[in-house]
Structures are given as structure tokens and as C-alpha cells.
Design a protein around this ligand. Structure first.
Ligand code: ADP
Ligand code: MG
Length: 376
């Protein structure tokens, strides 16, 4: 499989008013499982369609193994497109649906038979060869879609929200299957999703996109534990953010004073994305699951990494308890807690404790925090 390289690629619509993809630089390596993750409208599908050759970039270049490919038609690119809405023929059984993939190439009848058998077995549909789509569940329909694309001989799979129509409960199993197939056949997969847990579970690398731009590209671990951008920390895992000003810097500790009297300290060798000597206005981010809620205690007030506020809601979500606290100067902080922990009632004064070393320090974005967090 070739290495696919985007060099400064943009795709604009409506005379440049819509920047569907904006100056994208991206290299997709042979054999990797790469996900493009981002909110609806951020340019994921447009990126896939440019790889497939279904649309051409407005500017920039896409190269395969260093060679420009704009002259290659979709059919010549050796990629297979798997859609969210299954592109299945309702009047054909499983076998014939998959065979269609092989028939678009000039294989002999015998070759086609071997190919269909093999692909059917890979996706686990051998027992259902004679079944018709109306008798199959959503996961099987998508298995047909994948087998058909494999039957074309495609070495690169382009998967556009391939689990969007699947029930939540079978998604995890389907993720395992899909990843297993891609790795076993040594394919390259480019998988588009807006579901961060799906991207985290399945990818070698994830590109987080927003408004046509690549915000951060890295391994799931990288994005979770080393977010370089506010949007990454917001979109991957669950974080909350508060604004503040750096009030003190020692050899080891940066102290941030928030709009209330509260202080959050961040180790200098921790998740610091700024030069604390030059930039004073900052945004502090912290992961919800690492924070704890404690009873209000006057004595703790003013201590580092303690925020105080009133409970807005405290609800059971099954696996987790979600507690929303309105901190003094009007920001809502959500904490995910163990469901067995103490419950709080609306209006109750509480404190949020943020473990030292847990916070991320970013510079205050030019257009403000809300803009940096916004998904559109
Ligand atoms: P995603 O797949 O991440 O949801 P898309 O790549 O489909 O996003 O779209 C990115 C942006 O480009 C959106 O604002 C969308 O409305 C716009 N867009 C996509 N295709 C077209 C088109 N053919 N004409 C005009 N605008 C388009
Ligand atoms: Mg899309």
C-alpha cells in the first residue's frame, strides 16, 4: 500500500465561503489504522472523498508514495469506501452482494467464487451466504459492505462512520472485528467518526479535526495524556476548563489565580503548553474523572487546587454519577464520580478537589475560551 500524503490541501465550497478542509498536512502510513475524529461538519468526509478521488482539492496536493494522484480516477485508486448507510442491494443475497465487489474487476468466474468465499469467511458471514438483506441485522449488513469492498481487492479502506447505524451494544464487538480484519490483511484504514471512544478503541493514530483544520494528530495515549490544544483536551476524554492569571512561578510550581480567590498549581514539568514567563493569561484544564467532590469546609477555602461552589445537579448515569457544580464566578464544572459515592442535593455548598499534577495549562486563546471549545 502506498503512503498517502496531503500537502497543504484545501477544499473550499461556495466560492471559498465554506472551508470544508483548510490547509491540511497529513501523512497516512502503510498499514496504519488512522481515524479522523471531530464534530459534524469539520471536514472528515471531505478528506475521505479526496483520498477516494471522488472530489479534487481546491488547492494543495495529495501524493501516493511521493507521486501526485489527481489524474487517477476513483476506480484506479485501489481504495474501498464503506459508508454509514449500508450500500447493499436488497434484491441480492449475501453471496451476490459480495460477488458484486469482485465483478467490478475483471476476474474469472472461478476466481470470483474463491474471492467471495474468502471474504465471506473473513467477515464471518459464511453461514449466511444465501440470506437476503431484509432478514439480517445492521451489523451483518455492514459486514457485507466490508466484504464487498475487500472483494474488489482494495488495500485501503475508507470507512465513513461505519458504525453509525449499529446499536451501541454491538459496536465494541464490531470494532474488534474491523481492527482484526485490517491488521490480519495488512490493509490501511482511514476511519471517520465523531465518537471519541470508537476512535480511541480502534486507532493507531487519531487526527482531531475542527472547522476543516487538523488540531492534533497522535496516538490515543498521546491525545489523552498530552493534549497540546484546548480542543483536544475537550474532545478526547472529558475535561473542564477555567480561566486565570499566573500569579507566581517558582522553580517547580506555577500558580494560577482564578477569577475567584481560588488557586490551581501546576508542576513546571507537567502539562504546560505555554511559556509561563511570557504569558500570564491562561486556561487551566482538568479531567473530570480525576476530580473529587468533598463537603464544604471553610478551613480548606483558599487552599491550592480547591474550588468551591454549589451543586446544580447530581445524577446517576448507570456506570457513573454526574455532578454539576456552579463554581463561585458562574462557571459550571461537571464531575464524573463513582456511583456509590455520596449524593448531593441541589443548592448544597461543596468543594471540588483537583489532584496536583492533573491540570493542563494552556495560553488563553485569542478568541476566548468558548470559541476554543466550540465544535463549530
Ligand atoms: P464531516 O464529514 O466532518 O461532518 P464534511 O466534510 O461533510 O464534514 O463537511 C465539511 C463542511 O463542508 C461542512 O460545513 C459542509 O456543510 C460543507 N460541505 C460539504 N460538502 C459540500 C458541498 N458539496 N457543497 C457545499 N458545502 C459542502
Ligand atoms: Mg461526514
Amino acid at each position: 500500500m502506498p503512503e498517502i500524503k496531503f500537502i497543504n490541501v484545501s477544499k473550499y465550497y461556495n466560492k471559498g465561503l465554506v472551508k470544508a478542509v483548510d490547509n491540511l498536512d497529513l501523512t497516512i502510513y502503510d498499514g496504519e489504522y488512522l481515524s479522523l475524529l471531530g464534530p459534524s461538519g469539520c471536514g472528515k468526509t471531505t478528506t475521505l472523498r479526496m483520498i477516494a478521488g471522488l472530489i479534487l482539492p481546491t488547492s494543495g496536493q495529495i501524493k501516493w508514495d511521493g507521486k501526485p494522484i489527481q489524474h487517477l480516477s476513483a476506480a484506479e485508486r485501489d481504495v474501498g469506501y464503506v459508508f454509514q448507510q449500508f450500500a447493499i442491494f436488497p434484491h441480492l443475497n449475501v453471496w451476490d452482494n459480495i460477488a458484486f465487489g469482485a465483478q467490478v474487476r475483471e476476474y474469472s468466474t472461478i476466481e470470483i467464487e474463491d474471492i467471495v468465499k474468502e471474504k465471506m469467511s473473513i467477515v464471518g458471514l459464511t453461514e449466511k451466504a444465501n440470506r437476503y438483506p431484509t432478514t439480517l441485522g445492521a451489523a451483518d449488513l455492514q459486514r457485507i459492505g466490508i466484504a464487498r469492498v475487500l472483494a474488489t481487492g482494495a488495500q485501503t479502506l475508507l470507512l465513513d462512520e461505519p458504525m453509525g447505524a449499529l446499536d451501541y451494544k454491538i459496536r465494541e464487538k464490531f470494532q474488534d472485528e474491523l481492527l482484526g480484519i485490517v491488521k490480519k490483511l495488512e490493509l490501511t484504514a482511514i476511519h471517520v467518526t465523531h465518537d471519541q471512544s470508537e476512535a480511541m478503541a480502534i486507532s493507531d493514530r487519531i487526527g482531531v479535526m475542527k472547522k476543516g483544520r487538523m488540531i492534533q494528530l497522535g496516538s490515543p495515549n498521546d491525545l489523552l495524556f498530552n493534549p497540546t490544544q484546548i480542543f483536544t483536551a475537550h474532545f478526547i476524554g472529558e475535561s473542564d476548563f477555567v480561566e486565570g492569571v499566573i500569579s507566581n512561578i517558582s522553580d517547580e510550581i506555577i500558580t494560577v489565580e482564578l477569577s475567584g480567590d481560588e488557586k490551581i498549581i501546576v508542576p513546571r514539568n507537567g502539562q504546560v503548553r505555554i511559556n509561563p514567563v511570557l504569558q500570564k493569561k491562561v486556561v487551566v484544564g482538568f479531567r473530570r474523572e480525576f476530580c473529587t467532590i468533598i463537603d464544604f469546609d471553610e478551613e480548606l477555602s483558599g487552599q491550592n487546587n480547591i474550588l468551591s461552589g454549589t451543586v446544580l445537579s447530581d445524577r446517576f448515569l448507570g456506570e457513573k454519577r454526574r455532578t454539576v457544580v456552579n463554581i463561585d464566578y458562574g462557571r459550571l464544572i461537571e464531575i464524573k464520580r463513582d456511583p456509590l459515592e455520596k449524593s448531593y442535593t441541589k443548592g448544597e455548598m461543596v468543594m471540588i478537589s483537583i489532584p496536583t499534577g492533573n491540570a493542563f495549562l494552556f495560553s488563553k486563546p485569542q478568541n476566548g475560551l468558548e470559541d476554543a471549545l466550540s465544535v463549530t
